[in-house]
Design a protein around this ligand. Structure first.
Ligand code: SF4
Length: 552
């Protein structure tokens, strides 16, 4: 037997799916020392290393906050007892069609997504939806992307802050820009981000990106000549024409789109327009989801169901909710109200929680399970050999199989074939929006991601690097902090809700925060409360920036 255990798997934090290697001296030897604990390595072949988030993979493995036992009505129990305890209620609920919804995170394997689809069939429901919600807007795009060709691109256009949300892509993008004189890196965003430090930055007003792209598209299609004194969403006609020329003249260009809650409004319309712009200008276009395998999971679901699920919850039309891979209290704003009337909530989760669904199943991270993903390059990739899950944690695939067995008496096997991209339905947003701010709300709250946090915190909130910042915080322009004599804490209010935030030192950000912007890292539930958790005119739950005010 080898004296070293080695597991080659994927980083659990984002869709770049960087390779990680977990190694330790075998625990089945007489000596137990420092070497017997897992250590984390990156795969040198990829040349991308790991970002700050990826480096915390080890912490997820050993975190004292991991849920190790199943819980039924707040009491610890065995997995068998938890499943058996829930089956009678599930059987009662599913007598009525579409009486239960299933939300599955994009961090699941293709096999698990197929099983979730089978489960929805058995539960007599079409209400099977994907979260993070903003990834649903990306399901009609088939990526044209490869890591190799990215570093060879003569033009990279980053729409959104790719460097913060997918940090290891930064090296390839900068390699591309530096490779040849004349190569260009363009950042197109509603505020400056990490990409803008290295790029020619085009700042489009918050809420206007879809409209801006429709103007650019019309210009490229020859339908709009653009008057020279015209400005669109803060960008002059001259700059728009320059952008169009750069896109047309590139020989090997790549457009990338990255979004996060509270950032871009109407992201489905945005990706629709970016797809068409990339076709006309013959550049490659790719989306970078937040979830590891959101493209694969969403395509297996095969429909845009989140709007139907939200309507059913709002109208109190359903009795049950199953959440696979997250605690609904941690990612659905105001879930307490919904929880109040649902008769049944089951969730598979990684960490202990303060709020309690009726049934909580300890879930395994990607490095603790087998299976396959769709990569950013549109290949089916294997997760590799898994580490043993902590405590009683099981993969959601195994959990769904057990649940199906108890419901039907039959064993269900996951089927895997290449899932199809969802066809584009007509996007609706290309009208010029109204200015976001007004007298009552003179600021704009913009959701941002940071390289050392992930998503909405359900994965990272209880890890060490978050402990010292355990209260939500925002970044406000330092002149505004002085002028308004703000203390350490402020209440931020939007028309959707309000929360208290610590004011974080802006010098911790490498880019400036404009006077009228409140930059809100969205990995705290309190941050999500500021943005409207409702579907937009394209039917997608992915709110954009929101007008806001500071209440002293
Ligand atoms: S960019 Fe960071 S978070 Fe994403 S896969 Fe790579 S190491 Fe993980």
């Amino acid at each position: 037997m080898s004296l070293v255990e080695e597991y080659r798997t994927k980083c659990p934090f984002c869709s770049v799916q960087d390779d990680v290697v977990l190694k330790r001296k075998s625990t089945k030897t007489a000596f137990f020392g420092d070497d017997s604990l897992f250590k984390l390595y990156y795969d040198e072949k990829s040349g991308r290393g790991l970002c700050p988030r990826g480096n915390f993979t080890l912490e997820l493995l050993s975190s004292p906050y991991r849920l190790r036992k199943a819980e039924l009505f707040g009491e610890e129990c065995s997995l068998e007892e938890a499943i058996k305890g829930t089956v009678p209620e599930i059987k009662r609920i599913i007598k009525k069609k579409n009486n239960i919804a299933i939300l599955i995170s994009g961090n699941h394997t293709l096999e698990e997504a197929y099983l979730a689809k089978a489960l929805s069939g058995e539960l007599n429901t079409e209400l099977l939806g994907l979260f993070p919600f903003e990834d649903e807007a990306l399901l009609s795009v088939k990526n044209k992307f490869s890591f190799n060709s990215l570093s060879e691109s003569d033009l990279v256009v980053s729409v959104g802050d790719v460097f913060s949300l997918s940090p290891t892509l930064a090296r390839l993008i900068l390699d591309a820009r530096n490779k040849k004189r004349g190569n260009r890196l363009i950042s197109l965003d509603i505020i400056k981000g990490r990409v803008s430090l290295f790029a020619e930055h085009f700042n489009v007003g918050p809420g206007y990106m879809s409209y801006f792209l429709s103007v650019l598209l019309n210009y490229l299609e020859g339908e709009n000549k653009l008057k020279s004194d015209e400005a669109v969403a803060g960008v002059s006609a001259l700059k728009i024409k320059e952008l169009a020329e750069v896109l047309k003249n590139s020989e090997n260009g790549q457009i990338l789109f990255s979004n996060i809650y509270g950032h871009f409004a109407n992201p489905y319309s945005i990706v629709g327009k970016l797809s068409r712009i990339s076709e006309i200008t013959e550049n490659r276009f790719a989306v970078i989801p937040i979830g590891q395998n959101s493209l694969g999971v969403g395509r297996i679901i095969g429909d845009f169901n989140n709007k139907k699920i939200l309507d059913s919850l709002k109208e109190k039309k359903i009795e049950g909710l199953i959440v696979l891979g997250g605690d609904p209290f941690e990612f659905i704003p105001k879930f307490e109200d919904i929880f109040g009337y649902l008769n049944f909530v089951l969730s598979t989760v990684f960490f202990k929680g303060s709020n309690s669904s009726e049934c909580r199943i300890p879930s395994a991270f990607s490095f603790e399970k087998k299976g396959s993903f769709v990569s950013l390059e549109e290949n089916i990739v294997n997760l590799g050999e898994p580490v043993s899950p902590v405590g009683d944690a099981i993969s959601d695939g195994d959990f769904i199989s057990d649940l199906l067995y108890h419901l039907t008496g039959a064993k269900t096997k996951a089927r895997v074939s290449v899932p199809k991209v969802l066809p584009f339905i007509k996007e609706t947003d290309s009208k010029k929006p109204f200015s976001i701010t007004n007298k009552k709300y003179p600021f704009t709250a913009v959701g941002i991601g940071l390289p050392f946090h992930h998503d909405r915190g359900e994965i990272t909130r209880r890890v060490k690097w978050n402990e010292e910042k355990n209260e939500p915080y925002v970044f406000i322009n330092s002149d505004i902090v002085k002028e308004l004599s703000l203390g350490n804490k402020v209440k931020i209010e939007t028309s959707n809700g309000s929360s208290f935030f610590k004011i974080e030192d802006c010098s911790n950000l490498p880019f400036d925060i404009p006077r009228d912007i409140i930059a809100v890292p969205v990995h705290f539930l309190q941050s999500l409360q500021l943005f409207l958790c409702d579907y937009d005119s394209d039917g997608i739950i992915s709110p954009g920036a929101e007008k806001a005010r500071i209440v002293k």
